[in-house]
Design a binder for this molecule. Structure first.
Ligand code: GLN
Length: 548
């Protein structure tokens, strides 16, 4: 069966949670027994977000097949448990790149190459390809940006044409807008939504459903008004209000029967959505009482989206153990790294995420040493593992000049070095060691116990690696290599056995953690955080008693 298409556009403002709404709908459709794929159309000219600063873009999400993509794909995977791929995120840059290459090859046979039909055909071809290859029942296509943006026009034109290609009855247009609340007037305003729908109509798209992002609940009157002015059914005006936990979004949409409306519109017959496991998850998260503090030490701590998947994966680990986490965001860019001792003393666990460049590095090295010396559960991811080794080499292995070549090209002891395969690489975009690679675990390690298996696959995004020349020195001083990529003999995971939990990995486990299926290393880390903190409390409690 050819797939049905749900197109999700956005109006009035960005950052309304369009990706989460699309992913939440994906959850519900899957819960009705349908197979679902999601894709994101990004109107910017970069080929992918790989070269963008986290200030511009937030996290770069990596797929199994090694694409550097928009962070919304992280939501898609977490909500639908379906892996995405390089086909799931297309950008203006990719579309133009491919059209121009075809033109150079003479593929357009003398035609003048134009936005319509050549660019729009290229966009549609990629949408259809994903539908075909995933063999999904429903393909949800999210258009990035906001209706009215100059750069999203070709994407909107392309999706406008699709009902003509695949049949109107197989397509559904959903528009997500903001209903701003004016405190002075004490009401929600529907006018911006009316305008944004009008703009969509000018392009030739009549949305059939509208999801309104609101801080306060809509009145029946407002719902009627939106239906009337935007020419949609009253039952097709949905509400996306604030939730405490993002995993409540599917439940919130289900309460309004969004999924039922979508399948009915698309002429599909399914059973009702089975959402009990999501209910249980949300109850577990909300019901957690015991709170622990985890310090995330990075240089983009003020950005909500820079470590998106890390924060989500931590929350999955916490949900698994039925505990609550307070995330202490610790800025590693300080003039005096030792000044971090104060904030680090107040946390029950320390996580150092991935990163690039030397800014803030010495703060991270200090944090890695602090965790090791004070028995604080530690999780170093990619750059976080690399700095953990620099710290260990300097402080324990008698190599005071140890460093990564990324930060000092002439380091006397380059314990982290550029991978051989990277030495001739000049382009920055798409050239790292990217995507999923196998890793063999060492039996008897904490990590192997956490995974419960001996061979794993994990996603990568880096250029540097542990320098094998120092492996022996590290091992002699108490570090264990718990995982390797055997084919190229690369260190993938390290741990310290005589520490409650000191684990570093070269890959990014946060990308494959799911709320209903937390990643073993995040489960293990949070488990150790809780256990160590409880033991500390008991010990200090006992001391207090014995002092009496
Ligand atoms: N900058 C380091 C490298 O390229 C780490 C990368 C990362 O943390 N993703 O190896």
């Amino acid at each position: 069966m050819a797939p049905r298409y749900v197109f999700v556009t956005g109006g009035v403002a960005s950052s309304l949670g369009k990706g989460i709404a699309a992913a939440g709908l994906g959850t519900l459709l899957r819960a009705r027994g349908l197979s679902v794929a999601l894709m994101k159309l990004d109107p910017y000219i970069n080929i992918d977000p790989g070269t963008m600063s986290p200030f511009q873009h937030g996290e770069v999400f990596v797929t199994d097949d090694g694409a550097e993509t928009d962070l919304d794909l992280g939501h898609y995977e977490r909500f639908t448990e379906q892996p995405t791929s390089s086909m799931s995120n297309i950008t203006t840059g990719q579309i133009y790149d491919s059209v121009i290459r075809k033109e150079r090859r003479g593929a357009y046979l003398g035609a003048t190459v134009q936005v319509i039909p050549h660019i729009t055909d290229e966009i549609k071809a990629r949408i259809f390809k994903l539908g075909r290859e995933t063999k999904c029942d429903i393909l949800i296509v999210e258009v990035g940006g906001t209706v009215g943006d100059i750069e999203s026009q070709p994407f909107l034109e392309a999706i406008r044409q699709i009902p003509h290609d695949v049949g109107k009855e197989n397509c559904l247009f959903l528009h997500l807008t903001l209903l701003p609340y004016l405190a002075a007037a004490g009401e929600l305003k529907t006018k911006p939504t009316q305008h944004s729908v009008r703009m969509l109509r000018e392009i030739g798209i009549q949305p059939e459903g509208i999801i309104c992002r609101t801080d306060v609940l809509m009145s029946p009157d407002q719902r009627r008004k939106i239906a009337l002015f935007c020419d949609v059914d009253q039952r097709a005006v949905f509400e996306s209000s604030n939730v405490d936990v993002i995993y409540e979004v599917p439940l919130m949409l289900h309460r309004q029967a969004l999924d039922n409306w979508v399948v009915t519109k698309l002429g599909l017959v399914t059973h009702d959505a089975e959402v009990n496991e999501w209910r249980r998850l949300v109850d577990r998260i909300k019901g957690a009482k015991e709170t622990f503090r985890v310090g995330v030490v990075g240089k983009y701590i003020e950005l909500q989206d820079a470590y998106k998947s890390i924060y989500e994966a931590l929350s999955h680990g916490a949900a698994h153990h039925g505990v609550k986490l307070e995330i202490e965001r610790i800025d590693s860019e300080v003039t005096n790294p030792a000044s971090l001792a104060a904030p680090l003393s107040g946390v029950d666990g320390i996580l150092i995420p991935g990163g690039f460049g030397s800014r803030g590095i010495e703060g991270k090295v200090f944090a890695a040493n602090f965790a090791r010396e004070n028995g604080i559960p530690f999780f170093g991811i990619c750059l976080g593992m690399q700095v953990a080794l620099v710290a260990f080499a300097r402080d324990v292995c008698g190599l005071p000049e140890a460093n990564s070549k990324e930060f000092n090209e002439v380091a006397t002891d380059p314990v982290i070095d550029l991978m051989e395969s990277q030495k001739a690489v000049l382009d920055l975009g798409g050239t790292m060691r990217l995507g999923s690679y196998p890793c063999a675990l060492k039996p008897g390690t904490k990590v192997a116990a956490a995974y419960g298996q001996s061979n794993i696959d994990e996603r990568h995004r880096h250029r540097y690696e542990v320098n094998n020349k120092y492996r022996e020195t590290f091992e002699k001083n108490g570090m264990v290599i718990a995982g390797v990529f055997e084919e190229s003999d690369l260190v993938e995971i390290i741990e310290f056995p005589d520490h409650p939990w000191y684990v570093g990995c070269q890959f990014h486990p946060e990308f494959t953690s799911r709320p209903l299926n937390p990643h073993p290393l995040f489960r293990g880390f949070i488990g150790a955080v809780a256990e160590t903190a409880r033991a500390k409390k008991t010990a200090t409690g006992e001391t207090a008693v014995s002092n009496n």
